[in-house]
Design a protein around this ligand. Structure first.
Ligand SMILES: Cc1cc2nc3c(=O)[nH]c(=O)nc-3n(C[C@H](O)[C@H](O)[C@H](O)COP(=O)(O)OP(=O)(O)OC[C@H]3O[C@@H](n4cnc5c(N)ncnc54)[C@H](O)[C@@H]3O)c2cc1C
Length: 429
């Protein structure tokens, strides 16, 4: 796979009359693996074939989106197996304990991981969000203290951004931290905090200047979760599981040195973390999507609905759109060596979130009235999947157009920063 070598010109490079209005000239992409990619792919495949066995094989295909609570302790052990093999933190530079893998290698790893249906990762927030943030903004002491436990699969992190009045409008954060001697004392409420009930630490965006407003006066604190001042209350989701939580800080304490990027610099650091949120993992998702679409296609064949021309058209459309998603992701990853930035990140998020939601609706339609009753038996069919998997995926997909920036927010970004449309009027919220 050699997309980097064939990157088209970026918007700023392109003459204004070129391409499709976004400023991209059409370019040919060579999607075949080069010789080094072939060897790397074989190495990943061998590791997964040899290690996704025993209790880990029982978790094949489990623990992904909407299924985060399944087999959690086994998946924590799996994280250690990955770490022992040197397969965590692939994209981190070697100087920070990572593998220094190229984007192409990371894509290959994610593809092979999805192909092997290896257990869902439990440390994505530490490895994918906090780690890169610390590498860019942390002090050497913070890097030495916090990066190794993430790489070894020993420390789990959660993301303390959203609050009841600060979701899309993150600058409205009200959780505050006050300096007392050698410590920060944190008070306030976070919400929708994924895996807070499992996490050892939380990266918290909070207000350290009481007289500030909006994005000024915020700081990015690292707060231990196991202490009397932290209460985690699970929220039961549509899927009947509790992957996320409310988190109450009531005099929670953390060392004064646990500020990333400096006191009052939290907005800049928080935005940097968000930029890491999406990227190479997307190609891995797409193989999972492919498997789901194949399951839905076989379901339609098994129950005779595939003979219906409208159903056939819907399935064909879903296949076409999934192929477009893959090519567009490869295009957006081509030539980058860091986080995927707008417009690519917003276009990709809007596209995949909406596509997956529609796919869930299609699978529900194909299941007919039975889809409205949860398949409590969870009995796998001949293809090795349960109707419950599709039901759970349908239900969880509702959240995929919300988290990581809702569809409306992505459209605002595309409109304002890509198409140059007039900005949203101040006070419109
Ligand atoms: C499964 C899941 C996991 C999550 N995990 C975490 C986590 O680990 N940590 C964390 O901090 N947060 C997490 N979140 C929270 C997520 O980031 C927020 O839900 C998201 O940012 C939206 O914020 P909100 O829910 O407050 O909705 P609001 O911001 O109140 O939005 C409500 C509606 O208004 C629309 N809207 C808002 N502003 C605008 C605007 N300017 N223009 C047009 N429309 C607008 C939105 O699109 C939405 O439809 C998670 C959410 C989900 C669903």
């Amino acid at each position: 796979m050699r997309p980097a070598a064939v990157r088209g010109p970026r918007k700023s490079d392109a003459p204004s009359d070129q391409g499709c209005g976004l400023g991209y000239a059409p370019v040919a992409m060579d999607l075949r693996d080069g010789p080094e990619d072939v060897a790397f792919r074989a190495e990943v495949r061998r590791f997964l074939d040899e290690n996704v066995v025993g209790e880990f094989a029982e978790l094949k295909g489990r623990g992904g989106s909407g299924d985060e609570t399944f087999g959690f302790e086994v998946r924590r052990r799996w994280e250690k197996v990955l770490a022992d093999g040197g397969w965590t933190c692939l994209g981190w530079p070697a100087a920070y304990g990572g593998r220094g893998a190229t984007i192409t290698q990371q894509v290959i790893f994610n593809e092979e991981y999805a192909r092997a249906a290896a257990p869902g990762r439990v440390s994505i927030l530490g490895e994918g969000l906090l780690g890169p943030t610390l590498i860019h903004y942390g002090t050497p002491e913070q890097q030495a203290r916090f990066l190794p436990p993430i790489r070894e699969g020993d420390a789990l992190w959660c993301q303390g951004y959203s609050e009841p009045d600060a979701g899309s409008d993150l600058a409205n954060v009200k959780t505050r931290a006050v300096r007392e001697g050698d410590e920060w004392v944190v008070t306030g409420q976070k919400v929708w905090t994924s895996l807070a009930h499992q996490a050892d630490w939380c990266f918290v965006v909070c207000r350290t200047d009481p007289d500030s407003s909006r994005h000024k006066g915020l700081s990015y604190l690292l707060v231990p979760m196991d202490q009397p001042g932290v209460e985690v209350r699970p929220i039961t989701q549509l899927t009947r599981t509790s992957e996320f939580n409310e988190v109450f800080f009531d005099g929670a304490r953390t060392e004064a040195s646990n500020v990333v990027g400096g006191v009052g610099d939290g907005w800049r650091v928080a935005l940097a973390t968000l930029a890491f949120e999406r990227g190479v993992a997307l190609l891995g998702y797409q193989l999972t999507f492919r498997r789901e679409l194949d399951r839905i296609t076989s379901l339609a064949e098994a129950n005779g609905r595939a003979r219906d021309p409208v159903v056939r058209q819907s399935l064909a459309q879903a296949h076409i759109e999934l192929a477009i998603m893959r090519y567009n992701t490869l295009r957006s990853l081509a030539g980058i060596d860091g986080p995927v930035a707008p417009p690519e990140a917003s276009i990709a998020k809007l596209y995949w979130g909406s596509w997956h939601r529609r796919l869930g609706e299609l699978s529900m339609n194909l299941m007919g009235m039975g889809a409205t009753v949860l398949d409590g038996e969870a009995t796998p069919d001949n293809a090795g999947y349960c109707l419950e998997d599709l039901q759970r995926s349908f239900l969880f997909a509702r959240s995929e157009t919300i988290y990581g920036g809702s569809n409306e927010i992505q459209r605002n970004i595309i409109g304002e920063r890509v198409l140059g449309l007039p900005p949203e009027p101040k006070g419109a919220r």
